[in-house]
Design a protein around this ligand. Structure first.
Ligand code: 0X9
Ligand code: ZN
Length: 318
């Protein structure tokens, strides 16, 4: 649809305008929310919606880690494909009758801009930590689910610094409240790179989630669909199989159990680690944006179809 756009990486301002325009050209089926809240440095965080929520809503968030540029680029490719359906795929039209897709494309706008202006390999947000010369909180350790229960750091100089308290960061707060305001959400993906992995709950414990059988099947099937496009392997596994983490976005999307004070949204919550497997790592050449987008669009359609057919039961929703 917009081939040239997906052949380069883009700055925060350009991405913001691109989603705005995508929604304007799309008309009724789309919605642009100019701000779900501001970042620490005052950049607004937009949201883009496409489809209708007859069966449910699916939430995607992108670029939580600043240096993982393919995350934001893949979200744009998928948003573009769903909106403009360049292949005229029946599958896309059908899915959009049942599902509203919600994109929060720029979860860490300050960190992202810093990767263009300061340090290409910056990961965290740009929080000035009191009592430390080190900058930044790892937003993917700051969510309000088992916060500070292992696999995160209390050292502000660490790449996995979890912040002073659960959801201390405005970027975390904005995404958590947008997710809740738009709920119930049946499935959610936090897009990262790299390693080519499809990670399901949990990151904080080795225990299986109550929906392990179904969540494994969805992850395995997405992996198959992705592989069918260009032969790339995306390994489907539990998050903790990578390494233990706590306070992550995707664990928060799913939530834990009835006794949790952190909510139990029971969205099928995944972290997808995009290309590659390490040759370029975070510095993935822009030539790989379109192929990464193409294979993951197939994964996303499978994700949506499976959740339409059989949503994850949520015993905590009336
Ligand atoms: O460590 C992370 O935040 C993610 N990997 S990355 O290299 N993109 O930083 C993986 C998080 C996986 N764990 C959970 N989502 N629970
Ligand atoms: Zn990441």
């Amino acid at each position: 649809a917009q081939q040239e756009w997906h052949e380069e990486y883009h700055r925060y301002d350009e991405i913001y305008d691109w989603y705005k325009e995508l929604a304007e050209q799309c008309g009724e089926r789309c919605q642009f929310n100019s701000s779900i809240g501001g970042s620490l440095e005052g950049r607004v965080m937009p949201a883009f919606h496409v489809g209708s929520p007859a069966v449910g809503k699916i939430y995607f968030q992108c670029q939580i880690h600043a240096r993982e540029w393919i995350s934001g680029a893949t979200c744009m490719y998928i948003a573009d494909s769903l909106t403009n359906n360049p292949e005229g795929l029946d599958m896309i039209s059908k899915v959009l009758d049942d599902v509203e897709f919600i994109f929060v494309p720029l979860v860490n706008p300050d960190g992202y801009e810093y990767t263009w202006t300061g340090d290409r390999l910056w990961r965290k947000n740009r929080r000035e930590n009191s009592g430390s010369a080190c900058i930044g909180v790892d937003l993917n350790r700051n969510y309000n689910d088992h916060w500070n229960e292992g696999g995160s750091s209390s050292n502000p100089c660490s790449e996995t610094y979890h912040g002073v308290s659960a959801a201390s960061e405005p970027e975390t707060q904005n995404t958590q409240s947008y997710f809740k305001t738009n709920g119930p959400i049946i499935g959610a993906i936090d897009w990262h790179s790299y390693s080519q992995l499809i990670l399901r709950p949990y990151g904080w414990t080795n225990q299986d989630s109550p929906d392990e059988t179904q969540l494994k099947e969805i992850g395995d099937e997405m992996s198959e669909k992705i592989k069918a496009v260009f032969g790339e392997t995306y390994t489907s596994q539990k998050s903790i199989g990578l390494y233990p983490t706590s306070g992550t976005a995707s664990d928060w999307f799913y939530g834990e159990d009835a006794t949790s004070t952190n909510g139990a949204y029971r969205a099928a919550g995944y972290t997808v680690e995009l290309r590659d497997t390490g040759s370029y790592g975070f510095l993935l050449p822009p030539e790989q944006i379109i192929p990464t987008g193409m294979e993951n669009l197939e994964g996303v359609l499978e994700f949506a179809e499976r959740l339409i057919a059989a949503p994850i039961p949520n015993p905590y929703n009336s």
